[in-house]
Design a protein around this ligand. Structure first.
Ligand code: HSE
Length: 428
């Protein structure tokens, strides 16, 4: 029988406990699929002795994840602690230095240190894999690095933060405000310890930057992701977008353009009847477009014990089978520095504003848009409330700088009742 593959697992939260359960409960299946037993040698977590729903007594315990990473009886260091720096990075580096392969779910660490860690893995002749870092149980990293490796990737899109999608879809279905649903999400335990990672778009931005690196052969450039969270979305926007045939999603888009790499994680309108528009609750969706394959849509759980542990296991199984793929699908030294696109690809925009009930108010706004070269596609005005009328405008395709110039010129018209909301309409 082949030698067992020996795991050291650091981090025993929901995902870590899920991995331990799979290794214990599916030993036979894993062995038959890989040709060798997969075993756990040692584990590590911040607190010992708490009930994690799975017995740990047969594994050695290490208080220090770096000590776990350096053990001679560990072949694969499984990093499930999280955090861009600190113990996760120190232990990952220690594991690579001492000749271990590494499997991680840590999007923040890879978004910041991806190229350096991938380079360290290659220098050590080891692999560093991260399927669980992006979109939980959806095998999107594998799809990009392997299944679509014969394609030029033309666009990567994704709803990759389940909490934000839960909040936006629940606001619509229950008619609740952002604040009400945010509190509900907190009570359900959906929010990260720092909720801004979710609602500020940072978590999803990390994920997008990792996919962009694989898709375009560029260094991971999280700093170059245009980020906007969902905190300013109102129930009014959701209702009015729905009225015009759209849904609002925190949508990630990465595409290589003649102006450089465009990476956006922003609230966008998508057609309500599109696959992205139909995505409900905490589910994730990744949409990949390749020059040969066309469009691939992958939908599934983006978080949770089973789905995320399933993704961790797929990397462990690859290692057990001897499948060795570079972290970002090509040698780290070949990843090119990113030239960020200076402005997003032109698109139609949805604008919402309140206008004063005065003759010529609407004409003034239309003039400002016209002076920026922006043409109106559709428009609606609702009845006045306290001498102000909500107005919705859908523009023809325009560039973001042209739109920003128009938005900057609007207050001087003296007819605005509030700050206009502008959301991009993504063409799917
Ligand atoms: N907080 C994330 C989400 C899961 O809501 O999708 C972990 O990345």
């Amino acid at each position: 029988m082949s030698d067992p593959l020996r795991l050291g697992i650091a981090g025993l939260g929901t995902v870590g406990a899920g991995v331990v359960k799979i290794v214990r409960q599916k030993a036979q299946l894993l062995q038959s699929r890989t040709g060798r037993p997969i075993e756990i040698t040692a584990v590590s977590a911040r607190t010992r002795g708490m009930d994690r729903g799975v017995p740990l007594d047969r594994y050695d315990w290490e208080d220090d994840p770096v000590a776990l990473a350096r053990r001679g009886d560990v072949d694969v260091f499984v990093e499930l602690m999280g955090g861009a720096d600190g113990p996760a990075k120190a232990a990952t580096e220690a594991a690579l230095e001492t000749g271990k392969d590494v499997v991680t779910a840590n999007k923040a660490m890879l978004a910041v240190h991806g190229k350096a860690l991938a380079g360290a893995a290659e220098a050590a002749g080891r692999v560093l894999r991260f399927e669980a870092a992006v979109a939980g149980g959806i095998p999107v990293v594998k799809a990009l690095t392997e299944g679509l490796a014969g394609n030029e990737i033309t666009r990567v899109m994704g709803v990759m933060n389940g909490t934000c999608n839960y909040i936006l879809t629940r606001m619509e279905s229950a008619g609740l405000t952002y604040e009400e649903v945010f509190e509900e999400a907190r009570a359900l335990g959906f929010l990260e310890a720092d909720p801004n990672l979710d609602v500020g778009g940072i978590d999803a931005g990390h994920k997008l930057s990792l996919l962009a690196s694989i898709a375009y052969g560029t260094e991971v450039a999280f700093d170059a992701v245009e980020l906007e969270g969902i905190g300013a979305i109102t129930i009014e926007d959701i209702r009015q977008a729905a009225d015009m045939g759209y849904r609002i999603k925190l949508l990630g888009v990465a595409q290589m353009t003649g102006r450089g790499l465009e990476q956006r994680m922003t609230p966008c309108l998508v057609p309500a009847d599109s696959a992205l528009g139909q995505l409900e609750g905490g589910t994730n969706m990744c949409v990949l477009e390749g020059d040969q394959v066309g469009q691939i849509v992958m939908r599934g759980a983006g978080a949770g014990e089973g789905p995320t542990a399933s993704a961790v296991m797929s990397d462990i199984i690859d290692i057990a089978r001897g499948t060795r793929i570079s972290t970002f699908g090509r040698p780290a030294a070949e990843l090119k520095p990113v030239t960020p696109a200076t402005s997003a690809t032109p698109a139609p925009y949805y604008l919402r504003m309140k206008l004063a009930d005065k003759p010529g108010a609407l004409a003034k706004i239309a003039t400002v848009l016209g002076e920026s070269g922006i043409s109106i596609d559709r428009m609606r005005q609702y009845s006045h409330v306290a001498s102000e009328a909500p107005v919705l405008i859908v523009t023809h395709k325009t560039s973001r700088p042209a739109l920003d110039a128009a938005l900057a010129a609007m207050p001087a018209t003296g007819v605005l009742g509030d700050t206009p909301v502008a959301l991009r309409i993504e063409q799917i």
